[in-house]
Design a protein around this ligand. Structure first.
Ligand code: FEO
Length: 136
């Protein structure tokens, strides 16, 4: 087991938690594929799939932030954008045949996602829950 979602990552916003679980699962599947020596195919699938699903997930969060006038919107969005730029750079290196060490890619994504959820997304989750509780 390389990465597994558990309660410490819960931001307690159902949609966000469900999508984070999916992102964790994508990284875990990639890691498992490395052990089966399917490195090239797995890397291509991970980088494409992760870009697509991360964009979908980030846009969802950004929409929630925007709709609720979240004060940390700009910094949170910027963190998303930097991540996407890095993943696209990995993809470009992969496509052009440059050296890309799969486990380092997996480690980077794991670390980034863990930190981002534990710090940045949890702040957002707390803010959204406060708004929800005021609306009740
Ligand atoms: Fe769940 Fe801000 O990404």
């Amino acid at each position: 087991m390389f990465i597994k979602w558990d309660e410490q990552y819960a931001v307690h916003i159902r949609l966000m938690d469900d999508q984070h679980k999916r992102l964790f699962d994508m990284i875990e599947q990639f890691y498992l594929a490395l052990h089966h020596r399917e490195t090239q195919r797995a890397m291509s699938e991970l980088l494409s799939g992760l870009t697509e699903y991360s964009l979908y997930h980030f846009h969802g969060e950004e929409r929630m932030m925007s709709l609720n006038n979240y004060p940390l919107y700009a910094a949170h969005k910027s963190a998303h954008e930097k991540f996407i730029i890095t993943i696209k750079e990995f993809h470009e290196r992969f496509d052009s045949g440059k050296l890309l060490i799969p486990i380092e890619v997996a480690q980077f994504i794991k670390q980034w996602l863990s930190n981002h959820i534990l710090m940045t997304d949890k702040q957002l989750g707390k803010f959204l829950r406060q708004i929800e509780s005021k609306e009740d």
